[in-house]
Ligand binder design. Structure first.
Ligand SMILES: Cc1cc2nc3c(=O)[nH]c(=O)nc-3n(C[C@H](O)[C@H](O)[C@H](O)COP(=O)(O)O)c2cc1C
Length: 213
């Protein structure tokens, strides 16, 4: 068993200074996202989404970021899943990009809204045929007796919608857009004196504050 108390990396990364920061969090995110891609981070668009249910009980899971622009950050999922029922009761979420290889993380907090059905349909059509069927086959987050039940559902759907045939968008499936209120850029530095610069929405613009590490 490795000794976890001595497992730590020594960060010697370049810092993130106020005068280097882009004017808004979307452009800053674009820069860092590009750098994560260039650095070969595995699935750089994988992010941890945290939600809370009506009682305030939190839960987290990884999903893939499928788009972002000044309106917010978009992912797709099953609206009946645990995250879906959480968001119906409490439309707030936190997104976390753990770009560990670069000693970076981005943490976004904001309100969540469903994307329009046209936007969902446009994305659904870009998914491989098998993923489209998979979205129909899975009552995401519900218990299932065994794997065979899922495979049978998938086979029935594949018979109904053979490859090349249009698969309709499941009504229970679609996108969420997280409209950020805060976006924090964290850069690991020497001696645990990390840089933390946080954009906070203010009126039509953004205020930047530095947080203690
Ligand atoms: C790398 C990775 C990417 C994932 N991407 C998605 C995704 O884009 N959408 C999704 O619904 N689930 C995705 N999942 C599965 C979720 O983590 C989760 O198991 C599922 O959405 C059910 O979550 P819930 O029961 O908390 O609602 C992904 C998992 C991993 C590990």
């Amino acid at each position: 068993m490795p000794d976890l108390t001595v497992m730590r990396r020594h960060y010697q990364h370049e810092g993130l200074a106020e005068d280097q920061l882009a004017g808004d969090p979307f452009r800053q995110f674009a820069r860092w996202f590009h750098e994560a891609v260039e650095a070969g981070v595995v699935e750089p668009n994988a992010m941890v989404v945290s939600t809370a249910d009506a009682e305030g009980l939190p839960s987290s899971r990884t999903v893939l970021l499928k788009g972002y622009d000044p309106r917010g950050f978009v992912f797709f999922t099953n609206y009946g899943s645990r995250k879906g029922t959480d968001l119906a009761a409490n439309p707030n979420a936190s997104l976390l990009f753990p770009w560990i290889g670069l000693a970076r993380q981005v943490v976004i907090g904001g309100r969540v809204e469903k994307v329009g059905r046209d936007e969902t349909a446009a994305y659904f059509r870009t998914r491989p045929h098998g993923s489209q069927l998979g979205a129909w086959a899975s009552e995401q987050s519900s218990p299932v007796a065994d794997r065979a039940v899922l495979e049978q559902r998938y086979a029935d759907l594949a018979a109904r919608y053979p490859e090349g045939e249009g698969v309709p968008v499941p009504p229970f499936w679609g996108g969420y857009r997280v409209v950020p209120r805060t976006v924090e850029f964290w850069q690991g530095r020497e001696n645990r004196l990390h840089d933390r610069l946080r954009f906070v929405a203010e009126g039509d613009g953004w205020r930047v504050e530095r947080l203690c590490p």
